[in-house]
Design a protein around this ligand. Structure first.
Ligand code: TYD
Length: 222
């Protein structure tokens, strides 16, 4: 069956994924590919409703297990409705966050552990793995500063209180960051780690290089 290419972007809040995804999509279009772009949680009508529960600061008392189950409910819907059909049609899918986020945030941040997340991934997502994961992960202090800066900016712009994840303590983000490092060390074939305090252009160049290589492997370039 012809299969497309599945690319995910990962990193802490404020890592610049949104900017990089726009740049990557434009880069792909210039090469004749029209990528399917989506984010998690969200990306489908059902997923957007789940996202509302998950990210809203008003959702108090959501248990860690509930949070994880909702992340997978969202993902199952996105796979069924968007990701799998697109891949089967030979498209390039670019997804802002995927199961690595659940492993880092719920497995690491919420301390549920990797095993549970990976087992659920196998059962709920039929083990669907990205062909390439771009992990934007500067050092912990820089990552944390970016996450806090972004939150200040969002608050200033919208005047609204913090979302559920932005309100977390430094220790939470430290566990997320460490779990991401662990994933990168374990999944060396799939995950390209982009570290250091790099400019937007420098990060884009590294992403473009990694994607070009992967497209070549998939026979999607001439
Ligand atoms: P979002 O505003 O989309 O943040 P970002 O632009 O940084 O991706 O919010 C997504 C939040 O949800 C983010 O804080 C990470 C969190 N999250 C999880 O905790 N587990 C998951 O499985 C996913 C996909 C996201």
């Amino acid at each position: 069956m012809p299969r497309g290419v599945f690319i995910t972007l990962e990193g802490l809040d404020g890592a610049g994924k949104t900017t990089q995804i726009k740049r990557l999509a434009a880069w792909l279009r210039r090469r004749g590919h029209e990528p399917v772009v989506l984010r998690q949680p969200g990306g489908t009508a059902t997923g957007d409703r789940i996202r509302e529960i998950l990210l809203h600061s008003g959702s108090k008392g959501v248990a860690a297990m509930t949070e994880m189950a909702l992340m997978f409910a969202d993902r199952a819907q996105a796979i069924a409705e968007v990701i799998r059909p697109a891949l089967e049609a030979g498209r390039i899918v670019v997804c802002d966050r995927f199961t690595d986020s659940t492993e880092a945030y719920q497995g690491g941040g919420r301390a549920l552990g990797s095993q549970l997340v990976l087992e659920l991934h196998r059962l709920v997502c039929d083990g669907l793995q990205p062909d390439l994961t771009l992990l934007l992960l500067p050092g912990f202090e820089a990552s944390l500063a970016r996450a806090r800066r972004r939150n200040d900016r969002v608050e200033a712009e919208t005047g609204s209180s913090e979302g559920r994840f932005e309100a977390e303590q430094d220790g939470f983000f430290r566990r997320v960051w460490e779990k991401y490092r662990e994933i990168a060390a374990r999944e060396t074939e799939r995950v390209v780690l982009i570290e250091g305090d790099l400019s937007i252009d420098e990060v884009h160049e590294q992403i473009a290089e990694a994607v070009a290589e992967r497209l070549m492997l998939a026979g999607k370039t001439d």
